[in-house]
Design a protein around this ligand. Structure first.
Ligand code: FMN
Length: 417
C-alpha cells in the first residue's frame, strides 16, 4: 500500500493525505506551504514571530516600531510593561496570511500553526488577535499547538468564520485530547482534525526529557482511535513524528488514521526557510548528534542537534523588540537566568548555560531543532563532488511520500554540474 491509495476528507473537500507541519520560525515558509497545496495536500505556515517574518518579507517596520516604544526599558529586568500593540500584531498577521492565500493554487489547503506557548506578555489577548486576524485574512485552517489550548476556541467563538474555518488540535496523549474535547463542548465546536504528535517529532515535545523514548506514536494513535470510536466521534486523526517513508505513512492509514503530518524531510528542501548552510548541517547529522533537552524557556522539552550554536550563546535579552515568550507577568526563563547571572557578576562575563534566548536564536536560525530522524536525511539525496548534499525540491519529497512503497526513497535526479 502507498499513501496515494488513501484520501483525507475534511468537510466537503478531499486531499492527498499529506500535511506538512508548521515549523517556526519561518522554516515552513509560504513557498513550502504553497507547494503542498498545489500538489493537493495541506501545507502550514507558522505565525511564530510573525512581525519579524513580515518585516523580512515585505520590508515593514513592525519590530522597529515596538522597539522604539520600549527602547528605554532595554537592560531593565522588569519586562512587565513591554506589550505588543494588538492592532499592529493583527496587521502583521493579516498581511502574512493574505499574501500567502492570494498566491495559493491547486486543490489543497493552507493552514496556520498557532502555538499557545507564544504567550507574548498577554496570552489570551495576543492569541485571540492572531487567530482572528488569520481568519479575517482567509486562512483555510488553524492548527492549535504547543499547549492544551483549553481557552483557544472560546477566544474566537464569535468570529463569523468560527464554524467555517477548519480548526485542529495537536495532542500527544488521549488524556490531553479528552481535556480539550470537554472544553470544546462548551462552545459546541469539535475540532475538524486531531494531530497526534509522538515522541520523535521536531520542535517542542509533549513528553519529558527523560522519558520520551518510552512512548510510541503507534500506541498513542491506537488509543486515540479506540477512544474516538467508543465516543462515536468521527474526527480525522493525523499522526505526526517520525513518519519518514511513504510506507511508514501507509501503515498508519491502514490502521485507521486519515492523513500524516510530516516535517523533517522538508527541512532540506529548497523551499524551507533554513539557510542553505544549515540545511547541510541537518544532512550531515548523525544519530548521536540528536538531543532532547530543556533549554527552551517555554518549559517544554525540545529536540535539536547538539551542534546548535544557540547552546553556547549568551545574548542580552531583547524582549523590547521580540518578547514572544514573556508570560502574563512579563517573565521569561531565559531573561531571568540572564539577569540572575548578571547580578552575580556585574561587569563580568555573563554565561547562561541551561536556557537559550529562543526568540533571537530561532529568528536567526541558530537553534537547529529537528525530528529524531534528521540523521536519515542523508539517505534521501545525493552527495555532490564537493562533498555537500544536493538539496531537494518540496515537490520531490511530497511525491516520494505520496507514491513510494516498500520503504523505498526516491533519490533526486542528479544535478548537472
Ligand atoms: C524544524 C522543525 C520546526 C518545528 N516547529 C514547530 C512549530 O513551530 N510548531 C509546531 O507545532 N510544531 C513544530 N514542529 C513539529 C512538526 O510540525 C511536526 O509535527 C513533526 O516534526 C513531524 O515529525 P517529523 O519531523 O518526524 O516528520 C517542528 C518540526 C521541525 C522539524
Amino acid at each position: 500500500m502507498k499513501i496515494d491509495d488513501f484520501r483525507l476528507k475534511l468537510g466537503k473537500k478531499e486531499f492527498v493525505p499529506i500535511v506538512i507541519g508548521g515549523m517556526g520560525v519561518n522554516i515552513s515558509t509560504t513557498e513550502l506551504a504553497l507547494e503542498a497545496a498545489r500538489l493537493g495536500g495541506i501545507g502550514h505556515i507558522s505565525d511564530a514571530l510573525v512581525p519579524t517574518v513580515v518585516d523580512q518579507r515585505f520590508h515593514t517596520h513592525f519590530v522597529m516600531n515596538k522597539l522604539k516604544r520600549y527602547q528605554s526599558n532595554i537592560g531593565n529586568r522588569d519586562k512587565s510593561k513591554v506589550h505588543f500593540d494588538l492592532e499592529e500584531l493583527a496587521k502583521a498577521q493579516r498581511l502574512y496570511v493574505s499574501k500567502t492565500m492570494e498566491a495559493k493554487q491547486g486543490e489543497g489547503d493552507i493552514f496556520i500553526n498557532c502555538m499557545e506557548k507564544l504567550t507574548m506578555n498577554d496570552p489570551p489577548g495576543t492569541l485571540r488577535t492572531r487567530l482572528i486576524a488569520a481568519m479575517d485574512a482567509g486562512i483555510d485552517g488553524i492548527t492549535l499547538s504547543a499547549g492544551l489550548n483549553l481557552r483557544s476556541l472560546e477566544l474566537v467563538q464569535d468570529h463569523p468564520r468560527f464554524h467555517d474555518v477548519k480548526i485542529g488540535i495537536i495532542v500527544s496523549s488521549v488524556r490531553a485530547l479528552k481535556i480539550f474535547l470537554r472544553r470544546a463542548s462548551r462552545v459546541r465546536r469539535l475540532p475538524d482534525y486531531i494531530i497526534v504528535e509522538g515522541p520523535l517529532a521536531g520542535g517542542h515535545l509533549g513528553f519529558g526529557v527523560k522519558d520520551w523514548h518510552r512512548y510510541d506514536l503507534k500506541e498513542i494513535v491506537r488509543e486515540v482511535l479506540i477512544f474516538l470510536k467508543a465516543e462515536d466521534l468521527k474526527i480525522p486523526v493525523i499522526p505526526a513524528g517520525g513518519v519518514f517513508t511513504g510506507t511508514d505513512g501507509a501503515d498508519f492509514l491502514q490502521m485507521g488514521a486519515s492523513a500524516l503530518q510530516v516535517a523533517t524531510r522538508f527541512t532540506v528542501t529548497k523551499e524551507s526557510g533554513l539557510p542553505d548552510d544549515v540545511k547541510q548541517k541537518y544532512l550531515e547529522a548523525e544519530e548521536q548528534d540528536v538531543v532532547v533537552n530543556s533549554v527552551s524557556p517555554t518549559g517544554y522539552p525540545m529536540r535539536m542537534l547538539k551542534q546548535t550554536p544557540a547552546l553556547s550563546a549568551t545574548t542580552k535579552p531583547n524582549c523590547e523588540a521580540l518578547g514572544y515568550i514573556l508570560d502574563s507577568q512579563g517573565n521569561c526563563a531565559y531573561a531571568k537566568a540572564y539577569y540572575d547571572a548578571y547580578e552575580k557578576k556585574p561587569g563580568g562575563e555573563i554565561i547562561v548555560k541551561d536556557k537559550i534566548c529562543l526568540c533571537l536564536q530561532m529568528k536567526t536560525y541558530r537553534c537547529w531543532t529537528c525530528g529524531h530522524n534528521v540523521y536519515r536525511l542523508k539517505d534521501t539525496t545525493r552527495r555532490l563532488s564537493d562533498g555537500s548534499y544536493q538539496l531537494l525540491t518540496a515537490e520531490h519529497v511530497f511525491r516520494d511520500y505520496q507514491f513510494s512503497a516498500d520503504h523505498q526513497i526516491q533519490l533526486p535526479t542528479p544535478r548537472t554540474p
